[in-house]
Design a protein around this ligand. Structure first.
Ligand code: BEZ
Ligand code: FE
Length: 285
């Protein structure tokens, strides 16, 4: 019989996991036990507090569904998602930022230079980008997966008035790595607050706003995939993003533009806004 004591409990639990086959998984579980026990010891966690924590997790599970992960949202508002993004950063590569819950696989493929505006109200924007490696060499096989919210702040999944796949697409870049897209200016919006994460935000007197942004995933053979966002420099919520996704390098000026030939080519109005997106991908490790 092993007498479990305050002194030997943590090491006993750690050694109960020492047979996990994968070295990395073994290490992760060991450190998880270590830090969970350290948290409870350091805070002197009481039974009531422990029960409250477990009830919170139950409420998170109850509101989660295949189309809504309250757990990812918790990770986002705790800054864990952003920490994982920052840990994955590579020198010279474009910085990553949170994926968020509104990405869906299989967005429609459109030609380079397409116009996503259709019936959407909002300010017209020309996005011009170029995908290269960290030395500036074009990556002609790169693909872009793009999504954003509509002028009312909502993604199409949240809003029955929008057609399916509104304001989202996939594009193959040109031979020189460049791409162009006509769309609308994104809008700030609130992360969902009707679940336990909302309780936590209210308890903390925290705002639930995200500054206006585009989402992009960039992939190219032999290179690390990039999940990132592009923020509007004029947005009032840049300093208070509920999910800590803003990086200075991802904040772009939406510049007034009026080039007639470009406007005609992309079906833009005579006056539009233009955003430049240089994207650099790191080689696969
Ligand atoms: C979003 O950018 O769409 C998002 C990110 C994190 C939580 C909620 C929404
Ligand atoms: Fe978003």
């Amino acid at each position: 019989m092993k007498n479990i004591t305050r002194e030997n409990l943590t090491d006993t639990v750690k050694s109960s996991f020492s047979q996990i086959d994968g070295e990395r998984q073994r290490h992760l579980v060991n450190r998880l036990v270590h830090h969970l026990h350290a948290f409870a010891s350091e805070t002197g966690l009481s039974h009531d507090e422990w029960r409250e924590g477990i009830a919170f997790l139950h409420r998170m599970a109850e509101i989660s569904s295949p189309s809504r992960s309250e757990f990812t949202l918790l990770s986002d508002v705790l800054g864990l998602s952003s920490l994982v993004d920052l840990l994955a950063a590579r020198p010279g590569a474009t910085e990553g930022s949170v994926l968020g819950p509104f990405h869906t696989r299989g967005s429609p493929w459109v030609d380079n230079g397409s116009n996503l505006i259709k019936d959407n109200p909002g300010e017209a924007v020309l996005i011009r980008g170029r995908v290269s490696d960290t030395e500036g060499q074009a990556l002609p096989k790169a693909t872009i997966d793009f999504w954003q919210n509509a002028d009312n702040g909502m993604y199409w999944q949240m809003d029955d008035s929008q057609p399916q796949d509104n304001l989202r697409c996939q594009i193959q870049v040109q031979a020189d790595g460049s791409f162009e897209l006509a769309t609308i200016r994104p809008r700030p919006y609130l992360v969902p607050t009707d679940g336990p994460v909302g309780e936590l935000l209210r308890l903390s007197h925290r705002d639930a706003w995200r500054p206006a942004h585009y989402h992009i995933i960039v992939e190219a053979p032999g290179h690390r995939s990039l999940i990132t966002e592009v923020f509007d420099a004029a947005d009032p919520w840049l300093d208070k993003d509920a999910v800590f996704g803003v990086r200075a390098s991802l904040v772009c000026d939406f510049q007034p533009a009026s080039d007639a030939a470009t406007a005609a080519r992309l079906g833009l109005p005579a006056q539009y806004l233009a955003v430049e997106l240089p994207i650099r991908l790191a080689r696969e490790d």
